[in-house]
Design a protein around this ligand. Structure first.
Ligand SMILES: *Cc1c(COP(=O)(O)O)cnc(C)c1O
Length: 460
């Protein structure tokens, strides 16, 4: 059978395959033919090939599918049924729908990116968001870069190159995707001076480490892990007191960086960016696409004296953000001028603070809609469970949620999961205790008809 695998040139002469050349460029067709024949060969070698696998019709059909797949973008929309709100692999925070026009206008037209309408002269791309950031957080100045990793790199490079930065051993975080505080420190040219122990660091540890080479006291949010038990750390306020004694500035890498106090919504109290600054921190850095719910960005806010050197730093040019990011970040920050608007309109905040009752009733009505539309071979149940915040935020928090379990006669949960994940509109759920589950916390009402049609086509 291996010997009967046709040659690429021969396949290209088949009338069916020749017709593909009217629709696709020749090199694309050739590569689809080659890939398909490679697959057939591999299946034959594994003994997995069906008897008709070498028939012209079968091979041509597979080439057609391979070509169709080349038209599907690699980066595309998915439905997040995992309940993980800031799912790093699924793009973290979804933007507010209210920013659709803002985003399109910035992307598809010209804009005031670096143009001052008053004077008609060159402006700065930073001013638009800087003012908003200052008024929302109480900072004197602000800088925006590509992500928080870039913000930390820029800050350390500008403020501590060749000098020492003191960090607690309990805060030497690895965020994942190779962002580790000690390694970023090394890249920036700053020298790490670890103090304290993993579980306990005291004011005296910082005090005795400060010397003439100290450039910064750095506090890092232990975003994605928690040390519990016999622990103590030094608050920002106390760190500021220690810093002032020797005129050393204090920087906080706040990680997620919330602008609203979420404890009013039944979530653990997180220090807000405003509170870090009010405690006297000279510089605070945080992400744009974690709890803030905006685009991927790194935000630096703080004292003018600290940020001045960053605004002039050559790295800033390499780390700067594009106009679409600036437009959507400005739009997101705009919503924060009214906290209720922010909670209502920013999807990640809304998903985080939606009440259990609302979620239960949404789940119930979704199940009703699905039952009406789905064949009887599909069994649906609602059951209680837990969602996670994700994005290295609130690692221990499990928020009670409502889940829909789905089973389809004749399919294992693994087969159902795989079919939904690889369909035309991928739907990502999870399997727990042998049951396929969707968590409606991260699913919008608009997604329901699409979920229904995916299940309909799988079940039939
Ligand atoms: C997430 C995080 C970062 C990295 O932020 P990105 O925006 O993903 O680059 C850095 N420090 C802390 C403490 C974080 O939680």
């Amino acid at each position: 059978m291996l010997r009967n695998i046709p040659k690429v040139d021969k396949v290209l002469e088949w009338p069916e395959v020749r017709s593909f050349l009217e629709e696709y460029p020749r090199p694309v067709v050739i590569s689809a033919v080659r890939d398909t024949l490679d697959l057939v060969r591999a299946e034959l070698l594994r003994g997995e090939a069906a008897p008709e696998s070498l028939e012209k019709k079968t091979v041509a059909g597979r080439i057609r599918s391979a070509l169709a797949r080349t038209n599907t973008p690699g980066l595309r929309r998915v439905i997040n049924g995992t309940g993980v709100i800031l799912h790093t692999n699924l793009g973290r925070a979804p933007l507010s729908e209210s920013l659709r026009d803002t985003m399109l206008d910035a992307a598809f037209g010209y804009s005031t990116l670096e143009f001052d309408l008053e004077t008609g002269a060159r402006g700065s791309r930073a001013v638009h968001v800087e003012k908003l950031l200052c008024s929302l957080t109480g900072a004197e100045a602000a800088v925006v870069v590509n992500n928080n990793a870039a913000a930390v790199l820029l800050a350390l490079s500008a403020l501590a190159r060749g000098k020492e930065v003191i960090v607690s051993r309990g805060e030497l975080v690895e965020i994942g995707g190779s962002f580790r505080i000690p390694e970023v420190m090394e890249q920036s040219g700053a020298i790490l001076r670890e103090v304290g122990a993993t579980n306990r660091t005291h004011p005296r540890d910082y005090r005795s480490a400060v010397n003439t080479e100290t450039a910064l006291l750095l506090k890092v949010h232990t975003s994605n892990f928690a040390v519990v038990g016999f622990t103590s750390d030094v608050s920002t306020a106390v760190l500021v007191t220690i810093g002032r004694e020797s005129s050393v500035p204090v920087m906080v890498d706040a990680g997620s960086g919330s602008l609203v106090n979420l404890s009013a919504h039944g979530l653990p109290g997180e220090t807000t960016v405003q509170e870090y600054l009010a405690a006297g921190a000279d510089l605070v850095t945080f992400s744009g696409d974690k709890l803030l719910g905006g685009p991927q960005a790194g935000i630096l806010v703080g004292k003018r004296s600290c940020l001045e050197s960053m605004k002039k730093h050559p790295l800033l040019r390499a780390l700067r953000v594009d106009k679409v990011t600036l437009a959507t970040l400005e739009g997101t920050l705009h919503l924060y001028r009214d906290e209720r608007q922010a909670l209502l309109r920013i999807p990640s905040l809304r998903m985080l603070t939606v009440t259990g009752d609302e979620l239960a009733s949404r789940t119930k009505s979704a199940v009703r809609r699905m039952r009406r539309a789905l064949p009887t071979t599909v069994t649906l149940k609602t059951l209680p469970g837990f969602s996670q915040v994700g994005g290295g935020t609130f690692p221990l928090l499990e928020i009670p949620t409502s889940l829909i379990s789905i089973s389809v006669a004749g399919l294992s949960p693994q087969q159902l999961e795989q079919k939904l994940r690889t369909g035309p509109l991928p739907i990502i759920g999870r399997i727990s205790h042998g049951i396929f589950l969707l968590d409606l916390r991260t699913v919008t009402d608009k997604d329901i008809p699409e979920i229904i049609s995916a299940i309909v086509s799988i079940a039939s």
